[in-house]
Structures are given as structure tokens and as C-alpha cells.
Ligand binder design. Structure first.
Ligand SMILES: [Zn+2]
Length: 275
């Protein structure tokens, strides 16, 4: 995404009902797309890490194609500010050079192509309230990645997702990252629903793993709250960050039908249908 307008256009084109779960630090409303109906259902979240914006494009496209009956909610681009920073750099701040200089300093003078955090230098996938601050890679000062924030849920984007989760009882939550063709499930001592995670891994041809040394992630938070959560690392490891846009059609093809599978798994977990 090179502008918020582009996000709005992609949201329109998805054909989904449009709502907002919160507002970013720079003031952009965070879109929530909904298709299907019924209780429970699926929540998909993409664009958590700025440079992984390919996951946002992937989710907009998968939502556009989805025509199942089960309810699917989708936040395709959670970290809008970070994504725009990663793509636009200095151009994001035509009138606020001081703000830009602060970020540049935070980033050690490098450009922002590899930036993962939000615009305040907080890594959103370490900012959730799940063993917050105990991750092996955690750092305690703002920067491009791994900064946990001053306290759990300190960031607008984190709070927006958490408030949604508290309001709405999802059966399954899937967080999208890139890259590595891996699926992570479970957290702490909790590794339930493994057979469901295996179904997703089989369908995508991705490796199923349990995360070691991670904390404060969205999936971690969901598991901690008793909701089935997955992290999917889309795309092959041989490609660089940011994942090349010319690979998007291949990713879309690979993930075709996965939303239908999530919907079925959600219904099985909720006991609406049996596997
Ligand atoms: Zn990521």
C-alpha cells in the first residue's frame, strides 16, 4: 500500500461489508471486512509487521474471492502507519520533518524498507498481553523490530484488535506474516486443536511448528484466552523482505480455499458441525 486511498479502494473492491476497529497513531481508521453470517466464525489479521504488507494484498484478494456462508471477519492491514512508512519513507512526512528525523534516528539512519514496527517503533506482535516482555528477541527501546512497548496493549493497533476479540467470540483467529511457509500453533503449555492446525498445514503444504521463545504475539494472546489461534508465515524463504509483489499471484493461488477451511474448522470447534 502506497497510500491510505489504496487501502480504501481495495476494501471497496473486496465486496465485503466495511467497518473499522480503531484508529492508528497517524489517524487512519483500521478497516474490518466482513463476509458471511452467523455467530462465531473466523478473524483474519494481516499487515501486522510493516514490511510484510504482501499479507495485506493477499487478504484483500482472498476476501474478494470468498463466497462461503460462514462468517469471516478480516483486518487486512493492521499496521497501516508502519506499512506506509516502509513503502514511502520520507514522503510520508511532507510537512513533519522533525517526526521523520526522529524515526530515522530510531532506525540507525537506514531507509525503512525493512521496518517491521508501528510508527512509534513498537513491534505490534510483541505488544499483546501474553507473557509480555519474556520473549527471547524482545528489546526495550523503540526501533525497527522487537520493541515490546512501554506496557502491554500500549499501542492503538494492539488495543483495536483486543477490543474486537473481547466483544466478539471468534472460533478461530489467524495472523498473517511473511515468510517461510510455516504455521505456528499453541502457546505456553497449551497445544490443543493440533489436528485442526495439521489440516491447515496439509492444505497449504506448510510446516507445522510450535513457537519457542516468543511472547506477546496475537496468536499467543488468543491461545492464552482459550481461542484457537494460528500464525501463518506465507511465502518461500528464498525470497527477500519485503516479499516481491510479482509473487503475489502465486501466493493467492496457494491460499485459494483456505478461508473455507478456516470456516469449517471454526464451526467444528464451536460444535456446530462435527469432523
Ligand atoms: Zn511478521
Amino acid at each position: 500500500m502506497k497510500s491510505y486511498k489504496e487501502i480504501e479502494r481495495l476494501a471497496q473492491q473486496s465486496g465485503a461489508a466495511l467497518d473499522y476497529i480503531g484508529v492508528t497513531y497517524l489517524g487512519y481508521p483500521i478497516p474490518l471486512l466482513t463476509k458471511g453470517r452467523g455467530e462465531g466464525g473466523v478473524l483474519l489479521v494481516g499487515g501486522v509487521h510493516a514490511r510484510e504488507y504482501i499479507t495485506s494484498y493477499l487478504l484483500f484478494e482472498l476476501m474478494k474471492e470468498y463466497c462461503g456462508e460462514g462468517r469471516i471477519d478480516c483486518v487486512p492491514a493492521l499496521n497501516i502507519d508502519g506499512i506506509l512508512l516502509s513503502r514511502l519513507g520520507k514522503k510520508l512526512f511532507p510537512k513533519a520533518q522533525a517526526a521523520y528525523r526522529g524515526l530515522l534516528e530510531m532506525n540507525g539512519g537506514r531507509d525503512f524498507a525493512q521496518w517491521k514496527a508501528n510508527i512509534r517503533g513498537v513491534d505490534l506482535n510483541t505488544n499483546f498481553d501474553a507473557e509480555w516482555g519474556t520473549g527471547l528477541m524482545n528489546v526495550r527501546r523503540p526501533g525497527a523490530e522487537n520493541y515490546i512497548g512501554p506496557f502491554p496493549e500500549s499501542e492503538n493497533e494492539t488495543r483495536a484488535v483486543v477490543e474486537r476479540l473481547r466483544k466478539y467470540p471468534y472460533d478461530i483467529v489467524v495472523a498473517y506474516h511473511s515468510k517461510g511457509e510455516e504455521i505456528y500453533f499453541g502457546f505456553g503449555e497449551e497445544f490443543g486443536n493440533k489436528h485442526h492446525a495439521e489440516k491447515v498445514a496439509d492444505m497449504l503444504g506448510y510446516a507445522l511448528k510450535t513457537s519457542v521463545g516468543s511472547a506477546g504475539g496475537l496468536k499467543d494472546y488468543c491461545v492464552r484466552c482459550g481461542t484457537f489461534g494460528l500464525t501463518i508465515e506465507v511465502g518461500e524463504d528464498r525470497f527477500p523482505h519485503p516479499y516481491p509483489m510479482k509473487e503475489l499471484p502465486r501466493l493467492i493461488n496457494k491460499h485459494k480455499g483456505s478461508l473455507e477451511l478456516f470456516s469449517t474448522i471454526g464451526a467444528q470447534i464451536a460444535g456446530r458441525i462435527y469432523d
